[in-house]
Write a protein that binds this ligand. Structure first.
Ligand code: ADP
Length: 187
């Protein structure tokens, strides 16, 4: 089972990922966390990614796809075959690469892409209170632009395949979680 979580920065993907991985027994694969882990360990990939992350720009596709391919080859994913992708794919090229990666390992294909739908006013307000180093006003603006330009086409990509599950992301984390679970099981 492969589920993708889509949503603008600040839409609550991180919070909902934790709950969903637990409830559905999925391995959590977060591209943002993987980049931050590389950064913390001072790897070459981390050094490269930092330049983009600090500006709010997307890390180039080939770097991101390579990192995810590496993660998918690790035992926990390979054995369980149950993954929640959080923050990936963020471009149509990444979405196509993911299909190819899953086909290569004979693991199946994407079952559902859950979109946490929130207004731009909400995400700006939420991120302002978060205090992460890439949460300054300018960088937030750039990340939202990247979302509109590069990731909204990914939403259309999954919608055209009948895999998109859009849920209202306003309200408390509990409300949103219940909506997601409700839409996934009644699918
Ligand atoms: P958010 O969703 O709040 O922006 P993330 O932790 O998912 O936070 O991502 C932080 C940064 O990491 C992004 O702004 C981008 O620079 C980089 N990043 C994460 N995922 C990807 C991806 N799939 N493709 C390219 N860059 C990514």
């Amino acid at each position: 089972m492969f589920v993708i979580l889509l949503g603008a920065p600040g839409s609550g993907k991180g919070t909902q990922s934790e709950r969903l991985t637990e409830a559905l027994d999925l391995v959590h694969v977060s591209s943002g966390d993987l980049f931050r882990d590389h950064l913390g360990r001072g790897t070459a990939l981390g050094t490269l990614a930092r330049r983009y992350m600090d500006e709010g720009l997307l890390v180039p596709d080939e770097v991101t796809i390579g990192m995810i391919a590496d993660r998918l080859s690790q035992d926990d994913v390979a054995h369980r075959g149950r993954v929640l992708f959080d923050g990936f794919p963020r471009t149509v090229a990444q979405a196509e690469a993911l299909d190819a990666l899953l086909a290569d390992v004979g693991a199946g294909s994407v079952n559902a892409a859950v979109l946490i739908d929130v207004s731009e006013a909400t995400v700006v307000a939420r991120m302002a209170g978060r205090g992460r180093s890439d949460d300054t006003a300018d960088v937030i603006r750039t990340r939202l632009q990247a979302f509109r330009r590069d990731t909204e086409p990914v939403i259309a990509f999954y919608a055209s395949q009948g895999k998109l599950v859009a849920v209202d992301g306003e309200g408390t984390p509990d409300d949103v979680f219940e909506r997601i679970m409700g839409s996934l099981v009644t699918e």
